[in-house]
Design a protein around this ligand. Sequence first.
Ligand code: NAD
Ligand code: UDP
Ligand code: UDP
Length: 357
Amino acid sequence: VLYEAYPEVIRGRNAGGKVPLGLKKKSLRIVVTGGAGFVGSHLVDRLIARGDSVIVVDNFFTGRKENLMQHFGNPRFELIRHDVVEPILLEVDQIYHLACPASPVHYKFNPIEFLESLILIIGAMGWIHKTNVVGTLNMLGLAKRVGARFLLTSTSEVYGDPLQHPQVETYWGNVNPIGVRSCYDEGKRTAETLTMDYHRSLGIEVRIARIFNTYGPRMCIDDGRVVSNFVAQALRKEPMTVYGDGKQTRSFQYVSDLVEGLIRLMEGDHVGPFNLGNPGEFTMLELAEVVQEAIDPNAKIEFRPNTEDDPHKRKPDISKAKQLLGWEPTISLRKGLPLMVNDFRQRIFGNPKTLVV
Ligand code: NAD
Ligand code: UDP
Ligand code: UDP
């Protein structure tokens, strides 16, 4: 039952035309796996704010309780420490499946910088693959048992080092199956396969988002992603480390735009996959300039060897999301970056109690 009676009937208003007159949309029970992470915690904020009940399932591998502290004590919020690689029984209407260590330090390594942590990282890689495959299978099993709608947060990495530019959802990608990034790329590709198999063979309602590089407040500070690295380095007066010649491109999306896209996708009628990203394309050298503008015009740049299999360029074609979800990003890099810089400044130099954004 998606609707319940209003206590008092509101005449002449029906919440955007979709809800029958006199009824209000039922508040949903939603599980967000990986909800203590960067994207997940912003999503939880939105779901709680609109009146839903949210259960976060997270093993805190890269997530932090601080990201969710604003909801502690709210009876519509629950936090469960759990690894999605293990089965779990919950009663929910929707599943946003985000659990996966997305930060590159955890799945790829620069042979020079990270040699000493090689053994640890190789261990983590198998585990990342397991999270993507077994974790996704468990969440699909849960969706099947309770009849919930399931949304997978896949990634632009499924396109690998793309031979088509910009990337359209119909492009099958160019992924090295035995490369250093493959635990992530292939893990997500398998997660997409499982999702479509459960949809086709069992009729599970599914949604697939292919997320392009996203930044914003609450990103892990030292997770190795380029935006967080450059911002933290410039704030600490360290040189920004540009890998390779810095001419490779990425398209950077502000986190609130992504959250809006994820919710529209979940609530809409289309399975996807949908690219969710900002088509504004920047070389890493251009990104360094934007960081200089936002933080310190004198911030220095230092070149380092690049990591293996680094995609040369990446930019989403978002025509499909525009047309079918009525979605497109609204926050440019120059507008969004200062919002992230404020958060990083506070977390690096300020009182840790003021972390919540
Ligand atoms: P994040 O690392 O901040 O969040 C991931 C969360 O999942 C963390 O809280 C972590 O503790 C949790 N987690 C990891 N493994 C788990 C497990 N086995 N069981 C339970 N919890 C587990 O990363 P994010 O940037 O917020 O990414 C969220 C999702 O979006 C991921 O699935 C990621 O692949 C996808 N994505 C993100 C980006 C990006 O640029 N941020 C780009 C493409 C795709
Ligand atoms: N699963 C889960 N929670 C549930 C239902 C299933 O974690 O509420 C797990 C279950 O343990 C299994 C996976 O999801 O490992 C796939 O479940 P499914 O029922 O599709 O497959 P089966 O158990 O029949 O192999
Ligand atoms: N990169 C960089 N300096 C850094 C970290 C990353 O120049 O300190 C480069 C990296 O080689 C890649 C791009 O920035 O070309 C984006 O890297 P990130 O790991 O953030 O995202 P992904 O490669 O997963 O898109």
